[in-house]
Design a protein around this ligand. Structure first.
Ligand SMILES: [Zn+2]
Length: 111
């Protein structure tokens, strides 16, 4: 895989993680139904996998849109053309990390 493929993989990591959380919590909550102590929490906890699944769908759609924009040279991009990740507060101010070359880009360079 080249660095553009890895950039797409890195961009989809939160969505895949949310899918894993949805599947894992569904499995755990299914086990609670047989427990007399935890069965009462099932009706509330069953929203956790649904929320994680909804996040995965929304985040996946958002990342797909940003990758499509990046292919056209639009959106928040690094000098190398890679997607910029979410903004972080660093020691020298807010910055975003490039998902292609891993360089940190200060806010003044993408606003
Ligand atoms: Zn870059």
């Amino acid at each position: 895989m080249n660095r553009w493929d890895w950039m797409a993989v890195r961009a989809f990591v939160p969505a895949v993680f949310a899918l894993v959380v949805a599947a894992g919590s569904m499995w755990i909550i299914y086990g609670w139904q047989s427990s007399p102590y935890l069965a009462g929490m099932v009706s509330t906890a069953r929203w956790i996998p649904l929320a994680a699944l909804a996040f995965a769908v929304v985040h996946g759609a958002w990342v797909s849109y940003r990758l499509w924009q990046a292919e056209r040279g639009e959106g928040l991009l690094c000098e190398c053309g890679g997607l910029l990740s979410a903004e972080h507060d660093g020691r020298y101010g807010p910055y975003r990390r490039c998902l292609a070359c891993s360089r940190n880009v200060a806010r003044r360079n993408y606003e």
